[in-house]
Ligand binder design. Structure first.
Ligand code: I3S
Length: 170
């Protein structure tokens, strides 16, 4: 019998810019299409913002997410130059970002249900890129998630695996 989660109230809020592609959708293989997406982890959901493939500062400005983008970049930079504190809700404006998704300023392009999902470091045959996470959902969608910044993707790996563990039996 699996033990109950060690941290049932682990804050599952995080956001930032990640490279993402689906490789399977509803059990069917799809062609890779890497895009840079504003990504929000909220509870047991992972949301990807629409229209970030150009990912210019202007597109973030227009979507109203530029302040959050700058905060996320600043946070990544800070994390890369000094010991990293645990990710906390206060360090990330995920809630505001999600509120903006909800108010149509930037609709999520798609949402992934992390309940019953799995996340692991992708093997080399999945991608030639470094720092790639393979995320598989219960619904048969497989995604690759990547960042060039080691500390950024490591934090996401930790947050995703913790969230998946907490929601595994829902
Ligand atoms: O797994 P693949 O098919 O080698 O993935 C690469 C291709 O999707 C490629 O696109 P085209 O097949 O349209 O040329 C992408 O540009 C590459 O980025 C993909 O490989 P990586 O290893 O970057 O995931």
């Amino acid at each position: 019998c699996p033990s109950s989660p060690k941290h049932p109230s682990t804050p599952s809020e995080k956001c930032g810019v990640l490279n993402v592609t689906k490789i399977t959708e509803n059990g069917k293989k799809v062609r890779k299409n890497w895009t840079s997406s504003w990504t929000v982890l909220q509870g047991s959901s992972l949301l990807f913002a629409k229209g970030q493939s150009g990912s210019t500062s202007w597109s973030y400005y227009r979507s109203g997410l530029l302040p959050e983008l700058l905060l996320a970049l600043l946070s990544s930079w800070k994390q890369s130059v000094k010991p990293r504190p645990a990710v906390s809700c206060a360090s990330c404006p995920a809630a505001q970002a999600t509120a903006k998704f909800g108010s149509n300023q930037s609709k999520p392009e798609f949402t992934v249900d992390l309940r019953g999902a799995s996340a692991e470091w992708a093997s080399k045959d999945k991608s030639s890129k470094k720092h790639v996470i393979e995320l598989k959902t219960r619904q048969g969608t497989e995604l690759l998630i990547q960042s060039e910044i080691d500390s950024v993707i490591s934090d996401w790996y930790r947050a995703l695996t913790e969230t998946i563990n907490v929601h595994a039996w829902e």
